[in-house]
Design a protein around this ligand. Structure first.
Ligand SMILES: Nc1ncnc2c1ncn2[C@@H]1O[C@H](COP(=O)(O)OP(=O)(O)OP(=O)(O)O)[C@@H](O)[C@H]1O
Length: 261
């Protein structure tokens, strides 16, 4: 069963110079417990898609369904992580991670909330940093803390918009492996927006390629790689072939098919 269903979604923004069509009859299905990576040319409408799933806006046409319910307003059951972790500087790392629980589960005893947050911080390798302020941590560590904050309340869906975009390559690969470990311990359904094709193949169960604006579903690629994949998997013939296919699809989406490689 699909946890997320995007059916025939079409949307245009109203701008001073007239309507700007961004999504065109978009079709996406994400089965429960799986990871969908969304790639596409810059400005094609990927962030708009995340706002629709979170219920922060409704489309002109078409339907967004989450767990069998039509999405028409903001959902508490969606966790979000962005490129800039936006942790609150006046709160410790632990208190930042606790924030969603204070909002979503105010009656849960504090000790129980703290245990939950500490377990997650340990899972991502941040044991011992609970009492630090965000500015005392590296960019990669802050993003780890922000991931914990995004899933501490066990959201139905985790939406990540370019979460690792600002990190250097090695830190990014570390974070991919952290995501893999988190998923193994805490299954969740995830939509990941990324510009990094290797990231989409490493993390995705499917990679959805959007066309240039207005975005259509141009191609859906199933990623049949082992769930306990390591970075080495990206150098296997199967993964290399997928990366070539995706590269070609992006060229088509950019309107550059047949152009220089
Ligand atoms: N609230 C808005 N009002 C008007 N236009 C908007 C609004 N939000 C986004 N747009 C425009 O809609 C288009 C799609 O934006 P969106 O942020 O969804 O694209 P994106 O694929 O996430 O971009 P990028 O890859 O650069 O992050 C862009 O041209 C953007 O300028």
């Amino acid at each position: 069963m699909n946890l997320i269903d995007i059916k025939g979604v079409t949307h245009a923004y109203r701008t001073p110079s007239g309507p700007l069509p961004v999504l065109d009859n978009l079709e996406i299905g994400v089965p429960e417990g799986t990871f969908a990576a969304v790639v596409g040319p810059s400005g094609c409408g990927k962030s708009t898609l995340t706002r629709l799933i979170a219920g922060l806006m409704t489309p002109d046409r078409g339907e967004v369904w989450l767990h069998g319910e039509r999405v028409r307003s903001p959902r508490k059951t969606v966790g979000m992580a962005f490129q800039n972790p936006v942790l609150l500087e006046w709160r410790t790392i632990l208190d930042n991670v606790l924030l969603p629980l204070e909002i979503v589960a105010p009656r849960m005893p504090r000790a129980q909330r703290v245990t939950r947050a500490e377990e997650l911080l340990a899972l991502v390798g941040l044991s011992g940093f609970e009492g630090k302020k965000p500015s005392e941590l590296s960019g990669g560590m802050r993003q780890r803390a922000s991931l914990c904050r995004a899933i501490v309340h066990k959201p139905e869906v985790l939406i990540m918009d370019e979460p690792f975009g600002a990190l250097d390559n090695f830190t990014r690969e570390d974070l991919w492996q952290t995501m893999r470990d988190l998923r193994a311990k805490e299954p969740f359904t995830c939509v990941l927006i990324t510009h990094d094709l290797r990231e989409s193949v490493f993390l995705g169960d499917q990679v959805i390629v959007l066309s240039g604006r207005p975005a259509r579903t141009q191609r859906v690629l199933r990623v049949d790689l082992p769930a306990d994949r390591t970075i080495d998997v990206l150098y296997t013939p199967a993964a290399v072939e997928m990366l070539h296919t995706l590269r070609d699809e992006i060229r088509i989406a950019q309107g550059r098919a047949g152009g220089a490689h």
